[in-house]
Design a protein around this ligand. Structure first.
Ligand code: GLA
Length: 434
């Protein structure tokens, strides 16, 4: 057993790492721990992407690195004496290295002589020129002018863009957006047009994030259209950063959002999606896929290929479960009535022996009315919703699970909830891991 797992670990590294970006799912780092970098942003240095965000327990900046935006190595907390710093972002206005974030409604800037580690407080200021208190940190680097801009949403319902001076001090205001209660700002620039993405202000609950545009960083900002269908509430997320991946074949623009739990706690996940940007019509929309990745060299986005499907209507059904027609299901049938003692048991599910992606195709009629769960090989109930903030809302819910190697696994799908809670199960899908 030990020998065989060592064998797999050595020869098939891809099997160990997550191979896909799965919006809303729990993402694990290369040590197998849940990634803990909220309200963050990503920069590329050389061939490496660096993701800084705040750790949920004490809101201290924490850094991860990756070559592919999928497998992230934890490089640790970056500022040993700093806590209560929300939404940290990397900036590099001169030879020093900088992190900016919000602490006690001030802009807190941290400085280090090295890119990784050793950050300490540089300044703690309100927002010039009006000395407004400060809220959500954004960050935008305009490559054309090599200028860094800090974006915030102050308490006056103003989304404001300030220059970061070459010496790392917070500089002049260059523009603002006074169009309503917005926060969580980020900018992506395409063909000379600046697109400012913001969320509404609804606490930890997701809302339809919007896009405004300008042909200069100095504004004026116009627009305010939704970046996703309104009822999807930005696929259950809140904007934190926009990343541009310039490849040899394609430039891919990525929306990075937080899928907060009800209190911004450790159940919070991430929703990253490619954006469709049409500069001519000034339109930015998220291109939703439950699993995807981008090749950092070519910039091309790809999706997993299904290896196997297990249909619910062919599984072992118990209790009051019933097979019904389903237009949107691959086999045109699904199983309804899943509940207490009414379960769908999939047998002989193939496992790799390591953590692998499986997608559960099921829907719930009302996520508030109950909870869907699975049992893997008669283990304890696993609440699916807590593993993926998209669970039950979207037809395909990817999860990473560790199954036994071979066609030997049993996965039972059950639910608990009120009388009118209905869970319909379509099936389980397995994917190629690369
Ligand atoms: C907003 C902010 C979050 C957090 C919550 C708290 O959603 O964007 O960062 O401060 O409010 O309610």
């Amino acid at each position: 057993m030990l020998v065989s797992s060592l064998f797999w670990a050595c020869v098939i590294p891809g099997v160990l790492g997550a191979s896909w970006i799965a919006p809303g799912a729990v993402w694990y780092d290369t040590d197998g721990n849940k990634i803990d970098a909220h309200g963050g942003g990503v920069v590329k240095r050389g061939d490496t992407f660096y993701w800084v965000g705040h750790a949920v327990a004490n809101q201290t900046p924490i850094l991860y690195s990756s070559a592919d935006l999928v497998n992230w190595k934890n490089l640790g907390q970056q500022a040993s004496s700093v806590s209560g710093m929300w939404r940290p972002k990397i900036a590099k206005p001169n030879g020093s290295f900088w992190l900016f974030g919000q602490q006690d409604r001030y802009v807190l800037s941290l400085k280090s002589s090295a890119f990784i580690g050793g950050y300490g407080q540089s300044a703690k200021v309100h927002i010039p020129p009006d000395d407004y208190s400060y809220s959500d940190t954004g960050m935008f680097h305009d490559e054309a002018t090599d200028t860094w801009f800090l974006l915030t949403s102050a308490d006056h319902n103003i989304v404001q863009v300030n220059r970061i001076n070459k010496d790392g001090a917070l500089g002049d205001k260059v523009s603002d957006l006074r169009a309503g209660a917005y926060e969580a700002p980020g900018i992506v620039k395409v063909d000379g047009v600046y697109f400012l993405i913001v969320s509404g202000k609804t606490g930890w609950r997701a809302n339809p994030n919007k896009v405004f545009w300008a042909t200069s960083i100095n504004g004026p900002w116009t627009g305010g259209s939704d970046i996703a269908p309104e009822d999807q509430k930005t696929y259950g997320s809140q904007n934190t950063f926009e990343l541009t991946v310039k490849g040899s074949q394609k430039t891919t623009y990525i929306y990075m959002g937080d899928a907060w739990d009800s209190k911004g706690g450790d159940g919070s996940n991430y929703v990253w999606l490619p954006m469709n940007i049409d500069v001519g019509s000034r339109s930015v929309t998220l291109d939703y896929h439950s699993m995807w990745k981008v090749d950092p060299n070519t910039g091309v986005v790809s999706y997993p290929t299904t290896q196997k499907r297990y249909e619910a209507e062919h599984a072992v059904l118990s209790g009051r479960t019933v097979v019904r027609d389903c237009n949107t299901c691959a086999s045109k049938r699904s199983v309804h009535g899943v509940g207490d003692a009414s379960e769908v048991t999939f047998r002989n599910v193939t496992g790799t022996g390591s953590r692998q992606w499986l997608s559960f195709h099921y829907r719930v009629n009302n996520p508030e009315a109950g909870e869907a769960h699975i049992f893997v090989n008669d283990g304890p109930a696993i609440n699916i919703s807590s593993l993926n903030s998209r669970a039950g809302y979207h037809a395909s819910t990817p999860l990473q699970l560790t199954l036994k190697a071979g066609d030997v696994n049993t996965i039972t799908f059950g639910a608990t909830g009120s009388e009118d809670f209905d869970v319909s199960v379509d099936g389980i899908e397995l994917f190629d891991e690369e």
